[in-house]
Design a binder for this molecule. Structure first.
Ligand code: PAF
Length: 299
């Protein structure tokens, strides 16, 4: 595996690969890698000749009181993990390399509607920061396919929209959420949780499944379901941020005729922000829904 920090080096390495007709797969990350990230790398490995992973903790997507400074940075461990999972090029630029004038840049990519819903309500700067850095990274890597986790469903939807709106020639592939045996979605922020908190955290997924069951049984009382789920989370010890039943494609509020649904939730547990979602078709029999088909060994 080649480890590069400079955009010029990355470009010249990838220009050669492109000239040789090789297909480039790209996995953007903020590091502190876990099985969820590795499933993205593996998906890229299966389809592409050259697998590029970026590690960059992007200041632009963190709010003033968020965890930019304490976000786990584990570059050496990440390198070893990537090298053993078929990554060809690790690109880990410095903040100066990405934003030469300091913390940010003058041009910002935004999707004013979707970026202000769901996570955007309490993190108004977040998706602007994500969309901007993703467009920048895509211009640097110019991959054929870029891979994003479905755990960050709103991010994935926004990235798809931005790519479409700006005619960026890349295919976006969503990869299923990796879960611990408890059902907890794997996330770097799980590292902030104690053993006891990890058990509580797993109930976020159970609450999502419970609402899925009720919708599949025919309930259309969306506001009541959302509010009961939030209350349930509060009883379990979370401070719920939102619990929204949405149309799957647009992530706008669900309508009674919709068949394809996504439930999105975010909640804080002792200061750690957790997000999760499930996407399903109302017509699918519940028995088809395999809650733990993406199990991982470790939280
Ligand atoms: O999902 C993440 O890790 C980040 O939001 C991303 C896509 C790497 C952009 O910084």
């Amino acid at each position: 595996m080649q480890a590069l920090n400079l955009t010029d080096d990355l470009r010249s390495r990838l220009n050669k690969a492109r000239a040789g007709g090789l297909k480039i797969g790209f996995v953007p990350t903020m590091g502190n890698l876990h099985d969820g990230h590795i499933s993205l790398v593996e998906a890229a490995r299966k389809e592409c000749d050259v697998v590029v992973v970026s590690i960059f903790v992007n200041p632009l997507q963190f709010g003033i009181n968020e965890d930019l400074d304490t976000y786990p940075r584990t570059l050496e461990d990440d390198k070893a993990l990537l090298a053993s999972h078929g990554c060809d090029i690790l690109f880990s630029p410095s903040v100066r390399e990405m934003y030469p004038d300091g913390k940010g840049i003058a041009t910002i990519v935004d999707m004013p509607e979707l970026s202000q819903l769901h996570c955007g309500i309490s993190r108004p700067q977040f998706f602007k920061g994500v969309a901007t850095v993703i467009v920048k990274l895509l211009c640097m890597v110019q991959p054929d396919i870029a891979y994003f986790g479905e755990k960050d469903r709103q991010q994935l939807t926004i990235v798809r929209q931005v790519i479409n709106d700006l005619s960026i020639p890349v295919r976006i592939t969503g990869v299923a959420t990796k879960r611990a045996a408890s059902g907890l979605a794997l996330s770097s922020r799980n590292n902030y949780l104690s053993e006891e908190e990890l058990q509580i955290a797993a109930s976020l997924y159970q609450v999502l499944l419970d609402v899925c069951r009720q919708l599949q049984s025919g309930s259309q009382d969306y506001l009541r379901l959302e509010s009961e789920a939030s209350q349930k989370l509060a009883t379990l010890g979370f401070v719920p941020d939102y619990f929204h039943i949405c149309q799957q494609q647009s992530l706008l509020p669900v309508q009674p005729d919709d068949q394809n649904i996504t439930i999105l939730a975010a909640a804080n547990l002792n200061g750690t922000r957790l997000i999760d979602n499930i996407a399903f078709d109302l017509c699918d029999l519940y028995s088809d829904f395999q809650p733990f088909n993406q199990q991982a060994d470790l939280v």
